[in-house]
Structure formats: structure tokens, C-alpha cells
Write a protein that binds this ligand. Sequence first.
Ligand code: C5P
Length: 406
Amino acid sequence: MNHKRVLLIVGGGVAAYKSLELVRLLRKAGVAVRPILTAAGARFVTALSLGALAEDPVRSDLFSLEGEAEMGHIELSRSADLVVVAPATADLMAKAANGLADDLASTTLLATDKPVMMAPAMNVRMWLHAATQRNLATLRGDGVVIVGPDEGAMACGEYGPGRMAEPEAIFGSIMTALRAGRRPLAGRHVLVTAGPTAEPIDPVRVLTNRSSGKQGYAIAAALADLGARVTLVSGPTALATPAGVTRVDVETAQEMEAACRRALPADAAVCVAAVSDWRPDAVFPVKLKKGHAGPPAVTLVENPDILAGLSSAGPCRPTLVVGFAAETNDLEANARAKLARKGCDWIVANDVGEGGSGAGIMGGDENEVLLLDAAGAQRWPRAGKAEVARRLAERIAAALIPGESA
Ligand code: C5P
């Protein structure tokens, strides 16, 4: 990303402070940031902070001779790969939707020939107002990518949609936009398992695990975005198949194992599924009834370990095998033991214990993971599951393709 450039317009909203963090994330990823601060934006963050973090002078004035001599607003509007407005206020959105150009930010938005992304931030009533929703539809129709807003408590004391998306989420969308068209995994096949398994006890009852499948589906989508051919072997979930992904639906661990075997050869396998460790040794052919004999005894037998099986598949072993670990205690030690026991190359571990970061991870939209390989461990900051997936997909590409970097 060292040659990529973002023109960041910071509008006037309390959320402007979050844009400073966004600048930090972009700079850390090697993306150059050229900041524009609106007059209203300057009431919330200073040009000094923004310019220092961006390592580039802040532009604010349409008629500044110095600025114009250095780079006119037309040139400025085309000097980046992507124009990002964060926070995008109701006013900035209205101006951009209607082609008004009365300051540097709005003039730049009208003059640019580059893709535009906006992260709206405003009071919930302003967001829901018919005028803003009209402008939003116009902007989307013009090809503007909209990130957020999130729903939640707002600085003004109200609750609802209008909060600017978190910097990590905006960062993730920016990286996706900057990478659009990059397909380092083209020609590679990746197998992903996701969701729970369901082991029948009788025709109406199953033994299962809590798993929404969201993280596994996000990983399948992120790998497909990078050009991989993806086979997603999925237990029962309520999710839609990601674009460009081949999905094979299964119910039991044995069916999942057979589907995985059929999907080989693969360059990489990512086992995200929450596979039931056991299954009833026999399925009762009719529905069990309450009776005088008391509850029925169900004998469990062990299920095949799909991850361990793929890791020791001899000549059919994918080059890279990645396992997941949900732990309630001693995260790193347990994950390291699992890496050795399963024979895989990486373990992506998360703490699902009440005391850890786990609250809200199972079934939620965020994840906080520790990535372990033979060389060491790396803790990733809490982020949306799509962002965790994007990062993991980039790492997989870097591991499989010489010369690719995550
Ligand atoms: O042993 P544990 O279930 O904690 O290991 C989790 C990892 O192993 C996950 O990657 C999961 O998809 C995989 N697994 C599997 N088959 C099993 C059990 C777990 O592939 N029977």
C-alpha cells in the first residue's frame, strides 16, 4: 500500500476525533493521507493534530494563494486514489448530492474523478430526515460508497443510527477499495469450513454447538475477493452464500469431513466450523417420548477431527492449514497446545470466556483474535469480523504467494 494515497475530508462533527485514529491506521498501513479540514471540522479537531498525524499539511482554504500556488483544488481533487469524507455531515452530503461547491471540501468533491467514500455522522433525526435519505440515495446512485453509520448512543444524548462507523471499519472499507481489482489468489483453491454441525439424536432433536457462521462466511468472502476459488463447507446457518463462493451444505461432522475430502486438492484450508466433538452412537428412528422409564440414555462416540485429518493428509495436505480455537481460559497456552495436537500451521484463537474479550463475540459482529504459528503469537485489535477476515485472507495470500505481503 506504500504507493496508495487517500484524500481525507474531515467535516464538522463530534466524530471528527475518530478520524485522527483513522489517519493513524492508514499511515501505519503505508497509505499516504492528504487532509482537508472544513471550517466546521476545525471546531472539533485542530489542523495541527490532523497535519501531524497525516504527515502532510492540512488544506482548508479554497482561496489560499499559497495553497493554490502549491496545488490547485482541481489538481488536489485528483491527487489521490480515493477521496474519503469522514465524518460526512448532513451538510456535506447535501452539498455533494446537489453539486454545490462553496468551499474547498465541496469544490474538491465536485471536481474529483476518483472514487468517493463517505462515513456519515449526524444526529439520528437528521439522518432519518427525508432530505438526508434523498441525498443518500442520490450519492449512492452517483457511485459513492457509504460506510455506516452505526446505531448507538450519540453525543447529543439520543439513540439510533447516526454514529460514525468505527475507524477500523472505515479503514477496512478503504483498504478493500484501494485493493479492488487486486487478485493475488487467482488460480488458488481454498477450503473453508463454517457454522456448527448438527448431530441427530432422533428425527427432531440434535446435538449442536453455538455458532452463527459469521466469521467463517466472512473469511470465505474475503478470500474470494482476493481472487481465490473458495469451497465453503457449511453446517446449518441463516447466512447468505457470499458472492463468488461455492457452498456445500452439510449437517453432521461425518458429512462435513466427507465434503472436505471431496473438495481436495486445495492450496489452503481454513477450519472455522464449530464441529461437535461427539455424536450419539445411534439415531433413534422415532421421536423419543417422555415416559415412565425416565430420560433416555444417549451414548456418545467421538467425531472425526476434520482439522487434524486435513493436517495429516499426506500428499493431499493443503500447503497451509489454519485452525480456530475458542477458549475460555489460558488462551495462548491452550492455543499453542492445539497447534501441536492438530498438526496445523496456524491457530486463530479467541477468548470466549465471560472474563475475557469474549462477551458478544459468539454470534456477534466483532472478534478479537490471537494468531499463532510456530514462530510466535500476534494479537490483533478487536475489529469487525469482516475486517478480521480481510486481514487473515491477506496473510494467507502472503503465505501462499511469494512476494505478496500482508
Ligand atoms: O478441538 P477444538 O474443537 O477446540 O478445535 C477447534 C478447531 O478444530 C477448529 O478449527 C475446528 O474447526 C476444528 N475441528 C474440526 N473437527 C472437529 C473438531 C474441531 O475440524 N471434530
